[in-house]
Ligand binder design. Structure first.
Ligand code: SF4
Length: 299
């Protein structure tokens, strides 16, 4: 009854039952699992706690990753924010979203606990955008949890109709999907309609179509961590556009379909093999050699 595999179906269910996207996703979860509504919501609350802890870990106790490639940014951003906030060009909420997303990525890179939402590489985007927005709007935890369900609903349709894996679709499938999920969730969190949530998701994902997966040394650090930080600000931008009434000319399901097709057209060298893009830049090659990492070329 609450089954959906496309965003169109998810939206129609929300319209039919005159409710939010998150409510449909919660009902869907109840229907497909043996778990009660309370259990499902409690589980999401646990994930929110893990996400918050991942941010706090790098904000309070930053760690350089074993490779040495990441672990300095959160500290620098925090210092800049506390001393030179007035010099920011971005809004405070966007800067904080970027800082929290990078903090999560740095926690992941130093082997800390994160929620792969939707993947480890893209794990900073949603918590960055959500927690920064929650602070700004002083939203309740209930609203934040609902936004997580809405984001999950979008992620589910992407997994069904394209992919969430960088190895199959490039980084558009990871960071691009995270932006679409975050943009939809944010839009619901701030009172947007289900239609506006879908436009926000489409606008966010369209902006990152074709993004390659090119991690230096095959590690989820460079460009992943800082890319995730910038992507959190895209999610906020996409949500602002949708809240202004701007619509995506291409519906979200068609954007997802295009993303899957672009992923299949991408060279395997640009799909998590560390054989193309930034991963073969001069600096990346020097670093990979220094770290003793051997990249096998099967293509
Ligand atoms: S570059 Fe690759 S590994 Fe890094 S976040 Fe993007 S998809 Fe994931």
């Amino acid at each position: 009854m609450y089954d959906f595999t496309t965003c169109e179906k998810l939206l129609k269910l929300a319209q039919k039952h005159d409710t939010s996207l998150s409510e449909i996703v919660i009902r869907y979860e109840c229907a497909i699992s043996d778990n009660s509504r309370n259990k499902i919501i409690d589980e999401m609350k646990n994930r929110a706690k893990v996400m918050k802890n991942a941010i706090n870990k790098s904000m309070k106790d930053p760690e350089i990753s074993v490779s040495g490639m990441t672990g300095e940014s959160t500290k620098r951003m925090k210092k800049f924010f506390s001393r030179k906030k007035k010099n920011l060009l971005l809004s405070e909420v966007s800067y904080k979203a970027m800082m929290y997303a990078i903090a999560t990525g740095e926690t992941n890179a130093s082997m800390g606990c994160i929620v792969a939402f939707p993947t480890a590489g893209a794990s900073g985007v949603i918590p960055g955008a959500f927690f920064a927005t929650q602070e700004k709007l002083k939203c309740s935890d209930k609203k934040l949890i609902e936004a997580m369900f809405t984001a999950s609903g979008i992620g589910l349709t992407i997994a069904e109709n394209a992919t969430l894996a960088g190895s199959k679709g490039g980084c558009q499938a990871e960071i691009g999907s995270a932006v679409a999920m975050a943009a939809a969730g944010l839009t619901e969190m701030r009172g947007g309609t289900p239609e506006q949530c879908m436009h926000a998701a489409a606008l966010g994902l369209k902006n990152l179509l074709g993004l390659t997966c090119d991690p230096v040394g095959g590690m989820v650090e460079v460009p992943c961590v800082k890319r995730g930080g910038l992507a959190a600000t895209f999610a906020i931008s996409a949500s602002d556009l949708a809240m202004s009434g701007v619509e995506s000319f291409i519906p979200i399901d068609e954007v997802i379909d295009a993303m899957g097709k672009i992923g299949r057209l991408l060279s395997p060298k640009l799909r998590e093999t560390a054989l193309g893009g930034l991963a073969v830049s001069k600096t990346a090659m020097k670093t990979t050699k220094k770290l003793g990492i051997k990249i096998v070329n099967n293509f």
